[in-house]
Design a protein around this ligand. Structure first.
Ligand code: NDP
Ligand code: A1CAB
Length: 268
């Protein structure tokens, strides 16, 4: 399944996907986007050279629709799109919490729906997208969704029952790392370093650690132990992290994110 792709609701994640798709070599003519404000439409045209069209036109012209509006805006959007979406189109929803059953219930019976939880590093082709099929999505539709998101990073198929957990891990995940980096830069300030130098030291350490995690295949415990010298500096920092319950805080944080994803889908 190739042809035109439309990003409907081009905000933060929609634009990240758009940039990723264009960067992955998709022709601007094959990508349509929609926006509900003219100033945003103009911005998208200027920045990316893509066609910004009405939602109904995107639904008619595109073979694949990626719905990237907030979960709260999705019901109204589906009502607007439904009359224009032929049942042979592939509808991909990126909305946190919203089930494929809900999306299907608002469209022509039999329309294939795939739920995807992407993340913003798609902007730099380092996205993580978790993919689940609805009841009318065949292997061909899942492959088509996979092909779209594989252009902007890694993809993983999971049962839809695990999408709320995946949302907590990888959908929201980048925010936790930014939060930790922000806190560590502040620590650098406390230790007397200039902000730009603290920023450089922490960001490159984060990039290096991420590359080690991905490329060595080593368990994070083994990588951490390799940094932690007997009687050295690192173990003193680790003791403070444990004293302050950072591990428990992270577990509670991800559980709260999972619960919020469930709430966003509840009743929809
Ligand atoms: N941000 C992230 O990291 C991730 C977000 N998601 C999911 O992606 C979705 C979007 O999130 P995010 O990008 O952060 O949110 P944003 O608010 O940045 O983007 C949503 C965009 O949709 C537009 N919009 C809303 N209704 C319509 C409509 N009827 N027609 C056309 N455009 C419309 C909004 O317009 P306006 O600017 O006028 O409000 C906005 O530009 C959410 O469902 C979220 O759960 C999934 C993974 C990661
Ligand atoms: O915070 C949110 O609800 C969205 C979904 C995953 C990341 N951002």
């Amino acid at each position: 399944m190739s042809g035109k792709i439309a990003v409907i609701g081009t905000g933060r994640i929609g634009e990240a996907l758009l940039v990723g798709l264009l960067g992955a070599g998709r022709a601007p003519d094959d990508v349509l986007v929609t926006a509900r404000r003219e100033d945003r439409a103009a911005e998208l045209r200027t920045r990316h050279g893509v066609r910004v069209v009405e939602n109904a036109e995107a639904a008619k012209l595109a073979d694949t629709l990626i719905l990237a509006v907030k979960p709260q805006d999705l019901p109204a959007l589906l009502d607007e799109l439904a009359p224009h979406v032929a049942a042979d189109r592939l509808v991909i929803s990126a909305a946190a919490g919203i089930t494929t059953a809900f999306v299907e219930s608002r469209l022509t019976p039999g329309t294939p729906v795939v739920r995807v939880m992407p993340n913003t590093p798609a902007l730099v082709d380092q996205g993580m997208s978790v993919i689940s099929g609805g009841s009318h999505a065949s292997e061909r539709h899942l492959d088509a969704a996979d092909a779209v998101f594989a252009g902007v990073g890694r993809t993983l198929r999971l049962p839809e029952s695990q999408q709320d957990a995946a949302t907590a891990l990888s959908g929201s995940g980048p925010a936790y790392f930014y939060f930790l980096v922000e806190a560590m830069i502040d620590a650098g300030i406390l230790l007397g370093l200039p902000r730009d130098k603290a920023h450089e030291l922490i960001v490159q350490s984060a990039v290096g650690a991420a590359a080690m995690l991905r490329d060595t295949g080593e368990h994070p415990v083994a990588l951490r132990e390799a940094v932690t010298s007997p009687g050295g500096t690192t173990i003193n920092a680790i003791r403070e992290l444990e004293n302050h319950g950072v591990r428990a805080a992270l577990i509670a944080a991800l559980e709260a994110a999972r619960d919020r994803s469930r709430e966003l889908g509840a009743g929809r």
